[in-house]
Design a protein around this ligand. Structure first.
Ligand SMILES: [Zn+2]
Length: 275
């Protein structure tokens, strides 16, 4: 008998198992889907279990096949991503606005470095040691080595930034509430996550991502979760082809439609700016 918690989106508590994989002896990945709203999440998240997070403190980056340490290629990739995000985000603030930005899982700090150049005051949190060391020693950033759940501050922020992190954090409903409580009256949250559908099957997801991912979003489940938590969308876009939107409600098998887009090599992402 599984004691599932109620679904963070629709509050039902019936889930069906959809994927299982053992990764070494240490990690048994099990993924379930809400029978009612089709939200896909790790079984441990559906059980409300606190998963030990030692993996993100020590092993996550290092276990990646590509980009597993901070070299020129890493910096080029993350700087490019940071600039493209910043260009988009800037359009949602008054011209010349500078505020306080908080980057959750800031990695080596390349986004914070970019937005700091525009006059923002910046702060980050990052569990990984190599990334944290680079951010504080090389970029001279103000970063705490911790998890979002353990981060405490009295200060409100004007931008909360989650780039490929929002799907990795336990207790997504608490995360949503914490975001709300941290945002200033002008504050906005930026979220970018992979679109579940773009993976084309759980067997295509890297082991290290299977270990850290707690939630697997489609456009409809991300939209529903944020709406359920009282967010107002300023921007909501997925790079997926249009025909996927039309079948967004029928992702019973999340990859049913994948074959149609297999020709497109582009990783499909979902980007949101909300307040
Ligand atoms: Zn649900």
């Amino acid at each position: 008998m599984n004691n599932y918690i109620s679904c963070p989106i629709c509050h039902n508590d019936k889930y069906r198992p959809i994927f299982k994989k053992s990764i070494t002896k240490k990690y048994n990945v099990s993924i379930v889907q809400c029978e009612h709203c089709e939200f896909v999440l790790s079984k441990s998240a559906a059980l409300g279990q606190e998963v030990k997070q030692d993996f993100v403190f020590e092993n996550y980056w290092r276990s990646k096949k590509i980009g597993n340490h901070i070299d020129k290629r890493f910096i080029r990739h993350f700087t490019r991503r940071a600039r493209s995000h910043l260009k988009l985000i800037s359009g949602f603030y008054p011209k010349g606005f500078t505020g306080r930005a908080l980057d959750i899982g800031c990695g080596a700090g390349l986004f914070l470095d970019e937005i700091r150049k525009q006059g923002w005051s910046v702060h980050g949190i990052e569990p990984d040691k190599e990334c944290y060391d680079y951010a504080i020693n090389t970029l001279k950033l103000d970063v705490d080595r911790c998890l979002f759940a353990d981060y405490q501050t009295e200060e409100k922020v004007d931008l909360l930034y989650f780039s490929h992190v929002f799907d990795d954090i336990n207790n997504i409903d608490l995360v949503c509430r914490k975001i709300k409580s941290l945002l200033s009256s002008e504050g906005r949250v930026f979220i970018e996550v992979p679109n579940l559908i773009s993976y084309g099957g759980f067997e295509n997801i890297n082991d290290e991502d299977l270990i850290v991912n707690k939630y697997y979003f489609t456009t409809s489940t991300l939209r529903n979760l944020l709406e359920e938590n009282g967010f107002t969308f300023e921007y909501f876009k997925s790079k997926e082809p249009i025909y996927l939107n039309t079948v967004g409600q029928v992702v019973l098998s999340p990859f049913k439609v994948y074959k149609k887009m297999k020709s497109s090599k582009k990783k499909s992402l979902i980007r949101v700016i909300a307040s």
